[in-house]
Ligand binder design. Structure first.
Ligand code: AMP
Length: 585
């Protein structure tokens, strides 16, 4: 009976979402009012002269659009333990560390109960829509989720990545249970101190519960691909563990070992079955359904910088559908994927109008001005006015500005989105790219998306040789005169010099931005350079971020490494095994 009551009432969730999105403008107005009322006593708002006004006009007139840099001194005081209300009415007790792949180091952002609740609301909403199309029954989820180290700040606040703060929250487990998506691994594995050991145990738990696994998921698709690449390497060791019922000695943490000991019993039949299944695969195609016969879908963020991993994920998934998870950030959530049926690359996110107050900087008019502006502050001075959630236009691109329940007011998220349509009166957004990730030497401008498309095009040439680009990044080398683009590739195996030279030319030709092409023709930008990295280089990059306190759950490979991201640049440059210069122009 109790079990029954805990199951999420999906039709009710959908109904609430429908009602709310039919009245987006009012809901936004009310949400802003609530945020400003709850936090009116905060020093930040007190100093802006709102004097108790909570309407959007006064808000926009009094409150400046800011970046993380602008709020950093306030956040730092909170981190250091200041007791007065600084950004929020109620004291902040937990800090999230953003993944920091863009800036090279994690940023601190406030986390509170309201943010937790909006996180769960997003999860529930997309689950409700997903469950209509792909119902999961009472079963388990193979979730590749990991915790970062949780520490205390100087001021005694808890600090961990946003995903860690969510996973540790008691509400998370309850919500997952209600969504019948409970992780098959014990907490000791999720919160284990070493992610490699946790990953091994996650896979092992998945295999032990293989019949019950209904879905395979992670926060970002990268972690799923990473997990199955690891399985390719360790499957024989896993089979030995299952056969003998004894965990490999390389799992060293006593808490993880004792939790796993409770699950692991000698099971030679299962070990033989897994061996047979894996031996029957051709190049690992369809690995996931072969190992987990009842899996309904694979779930995780698959858009933006995750698109690169889709090809590999499809290969492992065979005919199991891939569904992208929602759109949000450590700073707050934005939209839910309510159309799980559309092809992954076309996923849109419907904004939930009650989880924050949203504004959008139109990007159309000011594209030209952005060219030389790599700093946020410079871009801001030329920006057109932000528009509200219901004022955005289909087909246009915008930068997202968030006002949250966790002390961020008119905060530039730095993401570029495109409005693809409306669900009732709330927009459906397509994630385009990070705004400040831009390859530019002079008048050229190529975004993360342009880079991804160029890599995709060139990767086709090595696909003919049955090789793949495992991961990639880029850099603008201004030490040479003229400056030039450098693309870093880690590839799966040997490819001839001729093919790689052709890949390099293809990359150079694939940047079709007029500024780039014209500059290349007159050699105002030097030939593009393709640098091939040693196998395992991106693992070193990942390890570097983990060392800074990041969590694998939130990891995104930095697609463009700036000169200030010195350490990552050094890892990449130290691991170059071959380099090619383009002769395309
Ligand atoms: P983090 O800093 O780790 O909180 O990561 C947040 C960032 O991840 C966002 O600002 C986006 O750039 C990216 N992101 C989050 N959700 C999605 C999504 N659904 N599609 C593409 N990118 C996303």
């Amino acid at each position: 009976m109790l079990e029954k009551m805990e199951i999420l009432h999906v039709e009710k969730v959908i109904e609430e979402f429908e009602t709310m999105t039919k009245d987006t403008e009012n809901v936004q107005r009310e949400t802003l009012k609530k945020i400003l009322e709850e936090n009116g006593s905060a020093e930040y708002l007190q100093n802006l002269g709102l004097n108790g006004r909570t309407d959007p006009q006064s808000f926009k007139a009094c409150v400046p659009v800011v970046t993380h840099q602008d709020l950093d001194p306030y956040i730092q005081r909170i981190v250091d333990g200041a007791s007065s209300p600084i950004l929020t009415g109620k004291p902040i007790t937990t800090i999230s560390l953003s993944s920091g792949t863009t800036q090279g180091r994690p940023k601190f952002v406030p986390f509170n109960d309201e943010l937790m609740e909006t996180t769960l609301q997003i999860f529930r909403t997309s689950y409700a829509f997903r469950n209509r199309e792909f119902p999961v029954k009472n079963g388990k989820a193979l979730q590749f989720i990991y915790s970062s180290k949780q520490s205390r700040t100087k001021g005694g606040l808890f600090a961990g990545t946003a995903t860690t703060n969510v996973f540790r929250n008691s509400q998370f487990k309850k919500a997952m249970k209600a969504m019948q998506s409970q992780c098959c691994s014990p907490d000791e594995v999720i919160f284990g101190p070493d992610f490699r050991q946790s990953l091994y145990c996650h896979i092992l738990c998945g295999l032990i519960f293989r019949e019950e696994i209904q879905l395979v998921s992670s926060t970002f698709a990268h972690s799923i691909v990473h997990a199955f690449r690891t399985l390719e390497q360790v499957w024989e060791e896993l089979c030995v563990d299952i056969r003998e019922g004894i965990l490999t000695s390389r799992i060293t943490f006593p808490s993880v070992r004792s939790a796993m000991a409770k699950l692991l019993k000698p099971n030679p039949e299962l070990a033989d079955l897994i061996r047979r299944k894996i031996s029957g695969l051709s190049n690992w195609y369809g690995l996931i359904p072969e190992l987990f016969p009842n899996v309904k879908y694979i779930y995780g963020i698959m858009t933006g910088s995750m698109e690169h991993y889709l090809k590999k994920l499809r290969h492992y998934a065979g005919d199991v559908p891939l569904i992208s998870a929602d759109y949000g950030s450590s700073e707050g959530w934005i939209g839910a994927n309510i159309n799980p049926n559309v092809p992954t690359e076309s996923t849109t996110y419907a904004v939930l109008p009650n989880i924050g107050y949203f504004e959008f900087i139109p990007l159309k008019e000011n594209v030209e001005e952005q060219v030389h502006d790599r700093g946020d502050a410079n871009i801001l001075s030329m920006e057109p006015k932000p528009v509200s959630l219901t004022e955005v236009k289909i087909g246009e691109e915008y930068e997202v500005i968030v006002t949250s329940f966790a002390g961020l007011y008119r905060y530039r998220l730095g993401d570029v989105v495109k409005v693809m349509g409306f669900h009732n009166s709330t927009p459906e957004l397509k994630f385009i790219c990070r705004r400040n990730l831009m390859l530019t030497v002079n008048i050229d401008k190529n975004t993360e998306k342009d880079l991804q498309q160029a890599v995709e095009e060139a990767a086709k040439l090595i696909a003919e040789e049955k090789q793949e680009v495992i991961d990639f990044s880029s850099h603008v080398d201004m030490w040479t005169d003229p400056g030039h683009y450098v693309i870093f590739w880690e590839i799966s195996g040997e490819v001839s010099d001729e093919v790689l030279k052709e890949c390099c030319n293809c990359l150079d030709r694939s940047f079709v931005d007029a500024g780039y092409v014209s500059s290349r023709k007159v050699n105002a930008i030097g030939p593009l350079e393709l640098r091939i990295l040693r196998r395992g280089t991106f693992q070193k990059v990942l390890d570097h971020y983990l060392g800074l306190g990041a969590a694998v759950s939130q990891f995104k490979t930095p697609r463009c490494v700036g000169p200030t991201n010195y350490k990552v640049l050094q890892i990449l440059c130290d691991n170059v095994v071959k380099a090619y210069f383009s002769t395309a122009f």
